[in-house]
Design a protein around this ligand. Structure first.
Ligand SMILES: C[S@@+](CC[C@H](N)C(=O)[O-])C[C@H]1O[C@@H](n2cnc3c(N)ncnc32)[C@H](O)[C@@H]1O
Length: 366
């Protein structure tokens, strides 16, 4: 174990030295997801983000092994993450240039939730605050329990990982929230909920796992109640310039390596998300690039991985988690190049749906 830990330390610190000044947008995650090819698209032409792909565009065409891989990854890595970082499996939100200690990081993760709610202008007055919430890709339910507490709302979460489902429910019981927050294994692309059920539809860093972004947003819109707010915080690639048909070859190459190593499906741009939301007649569509605001987070994750506890836990956790840690430098490169963007996209389902207007969420835009 000591030799392996030393080797891992050497690989991690060679690739990513914490003392080295990192680009402000150097955000990534320890945990990879199951691998596919990466393609780019021209956002002005099609909402199918990865253009010619036959697999990325169809709801029933998730690449073989993708869901199982994601489930396996989070089954394997969630315990390690919780033991070091706690119940929130998402980035912190920081002021630009902020230097942060470990306790600041935990606060920054809560701040990420609050910033997303504020950006989307979710009401918190007793009449209009959300009373029903779905947390799509909930990790171990940190956001769900926070939102259930904040609003006194009923919160339902879905994940692909059975280990996360069990842990989410156990934490809800420990925190006295079993009647408010419940978690189950289910696919975000085929949610086990009726139409129009939730006042707030929440997806914090799960969209990047979805092989079909259009189906993903369609499902978010389908389960949203008329007038409900939809919040997506996710990794994107940069928007293409009007003169561009695709990302540059070196960018495509970098994304491909990240996809291969992290087992990620095709990415899309913030513009692609906006076009999908528009195609579904969603309203008040807003987006922002928060790459600068998450910059301090991943250097801190690397530092925590380079401690004795981090290294030995990593070694015990399994190959998928180790592979994710070793590939982090490629993500840093992506942020340095301005290729990878930490993005928020918010919108609202029209009230019109309850007044006999056409249904907002249509299954396809092409
Ligand atoms: C990085 S974690 C996000 C955790 C959580 N939202 C948080 O903020 O703590 C990504 C989550 O997305 C879930 N996920 C990925 N693909 C999914 C899918 N197709 N359906 C449901 N959940 C999915 C994973 O199981 C995992 O729980």
């Amino acid at each position: 174990m000591a030799n392996s830990a030393a080797l891992l330390h050497s690989l991690l610190s060679t690739a990513w030295t914490p003392r080295r000044r990192l680009d402000r947008a150097s955000a990534t995650r320890l945990a990879p997801s199951p691998g596919l090819s990466c393609r780019s698209s021209r956002p002005t032409r099609s909402v199918r983000p990865m253009a010619s792909s036959t697999t990325a565009a169809r709801a029933d065409a998730a690449p073989p092994g993708l869901k199982e891989g994601i489930a396996g990854l989070y089954d394997e890595s969630s315990g390690l993450w919780e033991s070091i970082w706690g119940e929130h499996m998402h980035h912190g939100f920081y002021d630009s240039g902020e230097a942060a200690s470990m306790s600041d990081h935990r606060r920054a993760q809560i701040r990420m939730i609050e910033e997303a709610l504020a950006f989307a202008a979710v009401p918190d007055d007793p009449t209009n605050k959300p009373k029903t919430i779905v947390d799509v890709g909930y990790g171990i339910g940190g956001s769900s329990r926070y939102l259930a507490n904040k609003y006194g709302a009923q919160c339902s979460g879905i994940t692909l990982s059975p280990v996360q489902a069990e842990r989410g429910n156990a934490l809800a019981a420990v925190q006295g929230l079993s009647d408010k927050a419940s978690f189950q294994v289910a696919d975000a692309l085929e949610q086990p909920f009726p139409d129009g059920q939730f006042d707030l539809v929440w997806s914090m860093e799960s969209g990047e796992h979805m092989p079909n972004k259009q189906k993903f947003v369609s499902e978010l819109a389908r389960v949203a109640a008329p007038g409900a707010t939809i919040i997506i915080v996710t990794w994107c690639h940069r928007n293409l310039a009007p003169s561009e048909d695709s990302l540059k070859p070196d960018e495509l190459n970098l994304l491909k390596k990240i996809c291969d190593a992290y087992y990620l499906p095709d990415w899309c741009s913030p513009s692609d998300y906006v076009k999908i939301a528009e195609s579904l007649s969603l309203e008040d569509i807003k987006t922002a690039d928060w790459s600068e605001n998450v910059a301090p987070f991943w250097p801190a994750v690397i530092q925590s991985a380079l401690t004795w506890k981090g290294l030995t836990s990593l070694l015990r956790s399994g190959w998928k988690t180790i592979k994710g840690a070793l590939v982090m430098p490629l993500m840093i490169q992506g942020y340095k190049k301005g290729l990878i963007k930490f993005s928020i996209i918010t919108c609202r389902k029209p009230q019109a749906a309850i007044e006999g207007e056409p249904e907002a969420a249509s299954p396809s835009v092409e």
